[in-house]
Design a protein around this ligand. Structure first.
Ligand code: VGL
Ligand code: ZN
Length: 211
């Protein structure tokens, strides 16, 4: 990619839209402040890309990442699970519920793949590439490689969780990775938005304001 960002979008570029779902929008179960504001941005970007992939957080009821699955715990408490630390969340994005659906304004007919993640009860999956054990692949890396993409442009919710870990893993998989901040909003647990900006920059992910 070089020092400058190449704003010309071509056939080797894919737009990865992470978890833009009703439960992460105002009024949802795990609302991200201003989360719905990304919808028109995503729609505008999607018009520039021939290739679009959407992800969907997709949990079974009583998922292990839900505070309600842990006696005496509250949302945003942290616990140690066998694969490492886990922040506990309000019940969200339960399979086949309205909260797990895409907001009505998000219509991307040419999106080729909708990838669901977090569907195993015992393990969370922030990244669209690996579950939170960092070992169980979702298959997205293989899909993107086989399709011949070189650059992954990431937007969505939440900036400091699923966007962050998806962008990091895309970079580790060898893609050029760009995160467009205008198309993201964060949850910001204990400074996680600032931590995300430095982690992404350190790992060679390019952060840009707009595209
Ligand atoms: C997410 C917390 C829990 C996200 C998903 O999409 O960023 N965050 N589940
Ligand atoms: Zn989740």
């Amino acid at each position: 990619m070089g020092p400058g960002f190449d704003a010309v979008i071509g056939d080797r570029d894919v737009l990865l839209v992470v978890d833009v779902q009703n439960d992460f929008c105002p009024g949802g179960a795990l609302p991200v402040a201003d989360g719905d504001a990304v919808v028109p941005v995503v729609m505008r970007l999607a018009e520039k890309f021939r290739h679009v992939v959407l992800t969907q957080d997709w949990h079974p009821p009583a998922h292990r990442s839900f505070a309600s699955s842990h006696a005496g715990k509250l949302p945003f408490d942290q616990v140690a699970l066998d694969y490492g630390p886990q922040i506990l969340w309000p019940d969200h994005c339960v399979q086949e519920t309205a909260g797990a659906a895409f907001p009505p304004g998000l219509m991307i007919p040419h999106a080729a793949l909708m990838l669901r993640k977090g569907f195993r009860r015992e393990i969370d999956s922030y990244s669209a590439f690996y579950e939170n054990d960092h070992r169980t692949p979702t298959g997205l890396g293989g899909y993107l490689r086989e399709r011949g993409f070189a650059r992954v442009v990431v937007v969505g919710l939440a900036f400091d969780f699923c966007v962050r870990y998806s962008a990091e893993d895309a970079r580790l998989a060898g893609f050029d990775v760009v995160v467009v901040e205008e198309g993201c909003r964060g949850i910001d647990v204990d400074g996680s938005v600032a931590a995300t900006r430095s982690a992404l920059t350190e790992r060679g992910v390019r952060l840009i304001d707009t595209l």
